[in-house]
Design a protein around this ligand. Structure first.
Ligand code: HEC
Length: 504
C-alpha cells in the first residue's frame, strides 16, 4: 500500500465547539407514584431486562447473571455503585441539546431508571411484587447471537495466552475460496477465551496481497467486549469479495490465568444481492502528535463526502489516551454553492462521547439511518489525555504518534454506511480490482493525487520535506526522495506511487 492512507483526511487547524453543554433528556419510563417503593416485577426487572441482561445472563458477555432478583440482591452494593457512577451499563454517548438522533442499541439508564433501581436495591425489604408480571427470563444466551451461521472461519491454530505480560497483536490469514461474491446478512466474531480478548478485527483483502491489514481502511467484522456481532436489516448486506483472504488481527490482554483462544468468524449469507450494500470506512487522523504530559490535547480530521449516503453507525477508535470523541457534519448553508472553502456551513453533532473508554469500543447505531448529501463535510474531533492523571496511560513522558500498539495512538471514526446515489459501474469494477473492500471514500482520495500531495505537504511549499506528512511519509522517505536532496517533489511523489502500484 502506498504510504499515504487511502482516505481523505485533513488535520484540523482549529477545533471549535469543544465543551459545549450536553444534556440528557429526562425520559420518564414507568414513573412511580411517590408513595410506593418500587417492586422488582413491575419496576426493576423491566430496566434490568432492557439494559443489563443482554450481557448479564448465563452464557452472556458479562461474568455473572443478573436475571433473577437474588442475582441483584447478592450484588446490591456493587450494582448501586456502578449504576450511580455510570460505569454500567457501558454506554458513553450523550445527546447534545436539540439532537434528534437516537441510537437503536442505546442501553443507557435515564436518571429516573437509575433512581428506581438504586431505591429498590437500598430498600429494606426489596419487594418482589407480582412475579408473573415481570419480563420472562431470556435464559441461556445462544452460542451464536446471529443464529446458526452458514459459514464458519476459524483461526488456523489455537493461541496460547500466558498468565501475565503483554502480547503483540497476533495476525492470521485465512483463504475463503468463494468463486463469487457472497452477501453477508449477519456476522459474528466469537472468541473461545472471551476474558482475555481485548479486540479482534477481521479484514477482507484480495488473495495474496502483501502487507499488514491497516485498521484505518475499514474492517469487515470486529469484536470488542459487548460488541461482536451484527445483523443487518432485511434489505441490507455486506459484500465478501470472491476469493478474498480474511485477515484476523487479535489483541489479547493476559489477566492472571494462562489460557488458549481459538476465535471464529460466523457468517449468515443471503441468497441474492441485497437492495443496499453496507460498507465500512474510517475517517482518521494519521498525523496526530500528542506532546508528553498533555492533559487535553485535541486532534481532528475532516472528510468531504463524494456521494449521497446513509450513515448507519459510528464507531470511534482510540487507544488508552483517548479522552473524548465527537463526530459532526457541516452542510453548506447555500445549496448551490460550488466552492466548499468560503461557504458558511451549519454544524450538527452526530455523535458525542464526552468520556471515551478504551475498554468499551462500542458502535453507536442510529435508530434511523442518517442521510448525508454529497459535499457534506464529515468531521471527527477528539481529545487525548497524555498526563499522569490518566490511570490508563502507559507512559506520560512519551510523545505519542499514530501506531498499532496500545502504547501508540489512533484516532479513527469508523462509519458504517450505504450509498444512495450510484457511482458508475466502471468505478465498481475498479474497486473490485483494487480489492479494497468498502473503499469509496478511499477511492476518491486515492485518485486525487494533487489532494494527497497537498495533504502531506504541511507548509504548502510544493515539496514534502523530512518531518512533514507524519509517520507515513517518514517510513517511505528514502525510497520516495529519488535524488536524495531531502525533499520529495510532486514528480518524485508520482514516480514513487507508480512504483508502489507495480510492486503491489
Ligand atoms: C454490553 C454488555 C454489558 C451490559 C449491557 C451491562 N454489563 Fe455489567 N458488565 C459487563 C462486563 C463484560 C463486565 C465485566 C468487566 C468489567 O467489569 O468491565 C461487567 C461488570 C459488571 C459489574 C461488576 C463491576 C465491578 O466493579 O465489579 C456490575 C455490578 C455490573 N456489570 C452491573 C451491570 C448492570 C446493573 C447493568 C445494567 C444496568 C449492566 N451491568 C449492563 C457487561 C455488561
Amino acid at each position: 500500500m502506498p504510504w499515504f492512507l487511502p482516505h481523505a483526511v485533513f488535520s484540523l487547524a482549529t477545533l471549535t465547539g469543544f465543551g459545549s453543554p450536553v444534556h440528557r433528556p429526562e425520559v420518564v419510563v414507568g414513573a412511580l407514584p411517590k408513595s410506593e417503593s418500587p417492586s422488582y416485577a413491575l419496576d426493576v426487572a423491566p430496566i434490568v431486562s432492557r439494559s443489563c441482561v443482554g450481557c448479564h445472563r448465563a452464557g452472556g458477555a458479562a461474568p455473572f447473571s443478573l436475571e433473577s432478583p437474588e442475582d441483584l440482591t447478592k450484588r446490591a452494593r456493587t450494582i448501586a455503585r456502578v449504576v450511580r457512577e455510570a460505569t454500567m451499563p457501558p454506554w458513553f454517548a450523550v445527546l447534545p441539546e436539540g439532537s434528534t438522533h437516537r441510537f437503536a442499541n442505546d442501553v443507557s439508564l435515564t436518571a429516573q431508571e437509575k433512581e428506581t433501581l438504586v431505591a429498590w436495591l437500598q430498600s429494606d425489604d426489596r419487594p418482589l411484587g407480582d412475579l408473573s408480571k415481570a419480563p420472562a427470563s431470556r435464559g441461556l444466551a445462544p452460542e451464536w447471537r446471529i443464529g446458526g451461521p452458514d459459514f464458519v472461519v476459524e483461526i488456523p491454530r489455537a493461541v496460547e495466552i500466558a498468565a501475565s505480560g503483554t502480547m503483540d497483536y497476533v495476525n492470521f490469514r485465512v483463504a475463503t475460496n468463494f468463486p463469487e461474491d457472497r452477501w453477508v446478512r449477519a456476522w459474528e466474531v466469537l472468541p473461545t477465551a472471551r476474558d482475555v480478548v481485548h479486540h479482534v478485527l477481521v479484514f477482507a483483502v484480495p488473495r495474496g496481497t502483501r502487507g499488514p491489514a491497516d485498521e484505518s481502511r475499514g474492517y469487515f467484522a470486529a469484536y470488542v467486549p459487548g460488541n461482536g456481532s451484527k445483523i443487518y436489516s432485511a434489505n441490507r448486506a455486506k459484500r465478501l469479495p470472491a476469493g478474498c483472504d480474511l485477515i484476523f488481527q487479535l489483541h489479547y490482554t493476559p489477566n492472571g490465568r494462562a489460557t488458549v483462544d481459538r476465535t471464529r468468524l460466523g457468517l449468515v449469507f443471503t441468497e441474492s444481492a441485497p437492495e443496499r450494500e453496507v460498507r465500512t470506512a474510517g475517517i482518521f487522523d494519521p498525523k496526530l502528535d500528542i506532546p508528553p504530559g498533555a492533559e487535553n490535547h485535541r486532534e481532528g480530521a475532516l472528510f468531504t463526502l463524494p456521494f449521497d449516503a446513509r450513515i448507519l453507525a459510528w464507531m470511534p477508535h482510540m487507544h488508552a489516551r483517548g479522552k473524548s470523541f465527537r463526530a459532526y457534519r457541516e452542510r453548506p448553508l447555500s445549496a448551490d454553492a460550488t466552492s466548499a472553502a468560503d461557504t458558511p456551513r451549519a454544524r450538527e453533532i452526530l455523535l458525542e462521547v464526552p468520556r471515551y473508554d478504551f475498554n468499551w469500543q462500542l458502535a453507536y447505531e442510529y435508530a434511523t439511518p442518517l442521510e448525508v448529501k454529497r459535499g457534506t463535510i464529515l468531521g471527527i474531533e477528539a481529545s487525548f489525555d497524555n498526563s499522569a492523571a490518566n490511570t490508563m496511560n502507559p507512559d506520560p513522558s512519551k510523545r505519542v504518534r499514530w501506531g498499532q500498539q496500545t502504547t501508540d495512538e489512533m484516532l479513527i471514526g469508523y462509519i458504517e454506511y450505504e450509498r444512495i446515489d450510484d457511482l458508475s459501474r466502471a468505478d465498481e469494477a475498479q474497486d473490485n480490482r483494487d480489492g479494497r473492500e468498502s473503499s469509496d471514500i478511499g477511492r476518491s482520495f486515492r485518485r486525487d493525487r494533487a489532494a494527497q500531495f497537498a495533504f502531506l505537504d504541511d507548509d504548502g511549499d510544493n515539496a514534502i520535506e523530512r518531518g512533514e506528512g507524519g509517520v507515513l511519509v517518514a517510513r517511505a522517505f528514502e525510497a520516495a526522495d529519488a535524488d536524495s536532496d531531502g525533499r520529495i517533489t510532486r514528480a518524485e511523489f508520482e514516480a514513487y506511487l507508480r512504483s508502489r502500484r507495480r510492486a503491489d
